[in-house]
Write a protein that binds this ligand. Structure first.
Ligand code: AMP
Ligand code: ZN
Length: 465
């Protein structure tokens, strides 16, 4: 069955054709590990996970590469401001390495909680400095880059076409000359490939241009080339990456070898909170941890993401989470009822279930239409007869959904009070810091409040005493 994907490059829903038969090479722009990942960031990771699961459902073997940006991503996303890692290190009184390790670990924990499959390759920018330097040197040699007193810039005027992905208007920028642009830039849209480090800069490496560090865009170009080659199949990321980061990755690759690195550019839309932007000033920045602390299975959030296409804005509300939590419970109960079901399926049933399986397949292959796919999952769950064969079909769907549909719903679905959840969280923190005495003290406190805690592979289990 054909797979259709909306391609930002062609602005069409294209039929997916891999470069190599039944193999997919895919690159996703990973996090800059300077702060906690929000549920917004996680929405992007969820859509990337669905994509890889759908490709696998269709029989493709996947090599998926994701980077971890631990240097060079400036506060502005462009060429202005401080390095996000260094800013965070200063604010948290830690080294950039400590910051990177801390937030990378938390990021991986979120992926695990969301049952997001790990990409085959995870690459951290600071491990690829020689590859990035070689890339920049080749761009200079090919005549696409020039040196100023502060950086090595990519010269966009050397390209046959810029932009190719987005609809930014280069002419507008020229006319409206921004005041904060480096006066040594030849064109306003030229961007830094390599940045000369000021005295006392924390992260810098020797280069032909003195102590310096990479720009954010060159990182992905060098790492994707290293692991996937000059051309691969799919490049993904959040929608905000289109006009700067991805546009510039394409520019770099064209300057390097004359090619657009990926054939399909797939972008996920933003998550809104109560219909608006998530922002620190509004106090509505939510983490997966917040959902867990309220006692919800984190996979409720994953299921919530399936209520809307990855290409549309999704609105997060706690009411939505509550309703989806009930849906997840019903799906899992539906699985269990079928697993224990004794009905015999006749020819008509089998035909109908095959139809539903096919409809599910068509929906996921139609640009990851998860709301439609879920409607067929529900039809299967609500099928009048109950049989282990139906449970098997639901299990098959779950290879795409990744919501652990076969997980048993606990009968004692108790509402844990906030103060107990707070102590459980503090205990978790103490255990992470290997402060066992504090962990024991907190367990006793929790017990005094009438609850027990048990550490399981799935996380902490809380029960009424
Ligand atoms: P940030 O760390 O905030 O720069 O975000 C990292 C990436 O996560 C962004 O480049 C986006 O692609 C994605 N992202 C951030 N916020 C959201 C959101 N509210 N919804 C969906 N994706 C987001
Ligand atoms: Zn990237």
């Amino acid at each position: 069955m054909e797979i259709y994907l909306y391609n930002t490059l062609t602005k069409e829903k294209d039929v997916f054709k891999s470069l190599e038969d039944k193999k997919v090479k895919m690159y996703s722009c990973g996090p800059t590990v300077y702060k906690d990942a929000t549920i917004g960031n996680m929405r992007t990771n969820i859509f990337q996970d669905i994509l890889r699961r759908i490709l696998k459902y269709n029989g493709y073997e996947i090599k998926h590469v994701m980077n971890i940006t631990d240097v060079g991503h400036l506060v502005s996303d462009g060429d202005e401001g401080e390095d996000k890692m260094i800013k965070s290190a200063r604010e948290e009184h830690k080294t950039p390495l400590e910051i990177a390790e801390h937030y990378t670990k938390l990021f991986f924990e979120d992926l695990k909680d969301l049952n997001i499959e790990m990409p085959e390759v995870i690459c951290k920018a600071t491990d690829y400095i020689p590859e990035m330097l070689a890339y920049v040197e080749k761009l200079v040699k090919n005549g696409y880059a020039y040196e100023t007193s502060t950086a090595i810039y990519f010269d966009v005027s050397k390209l046959d076409k810029y932009p190719v992905l987005s609809n930014i208007n280069v002419e507008d920028q020229k006319a409206g000359a921004r005041v904060d642009v480096d006066p040594e830039k030849k064109n306003p849209y030229d961007f830094a490939l390599w940045i000369k480090a000021p005295e006392n800069h924390l992260m810098k490496w020797d280069s032909p241009w003195g102590p310096s560090y990479p720009g954010w865009h060159i990182e992905c170009s060098a790492m994707s080339r290293k692991h996937l080659g000059e051309q691969f199949d799919i490049h993904t990321g959040g929608i905000d990456l289109i006009p700067t980061h991805h546009e510039n990755e394409i520019a770099q690759s064209k300057g390097y070898c004359g090619k657009i690195p990926a054939n399909y550019w797939i972008h996920g839309e933003y998550l809104l909170i109560n219909g608006g932007k998530m922002s620190k000033s509004l106090g509505n920045v939510y983490l997966l941890k917040d959902i867990k602390e309220k006692g919800y299975d984190p996979l409720v959030y994953k299921l919530l993401c399936y209520t809307c296409s990855y290409r549309n804005k999704l609105n997060f509300t706690w009411e939505g989470i509550e309703a989806t939590s009930k849906s997840l419970e019903r799906l899992r109960n539906g699985y269990q009822t079928n697993k224990n079901g004794k009905d015999i399926l006749d020819g008509t049933d089998k035909k109908e279930l095959a139809r539903l399986e096919n409809e599910f397949h068509k929906a996921i292959n139609d640009d990851m239409n998860m709301p439609l796919a879920m409607s067929f999952v529900w039809e299967v769950v609500k099928y009048p007869k109950k049989s282990p064969e139906i449970a098997d079909l639901l299990q098959k769907f779950d290879t795409v959904l990744g919501i652990k549909i076969n997980k048993e719903v606990k009968e004692n679905n108790i509402q844990i009070p906030e103060n107990v959840l707070k102590l459980v969280e503090e205990r978790k923190q103490a255990r992470q810091e290997k402060n066992w005495a504090e962990s024991d003290r907190l367990r006793d406190e929790i017990q005094k409040l009438g609850y027990s805690v048990k550490d399981t592979k799935e996380g902490v289990e809380i029960n009424e005493l």
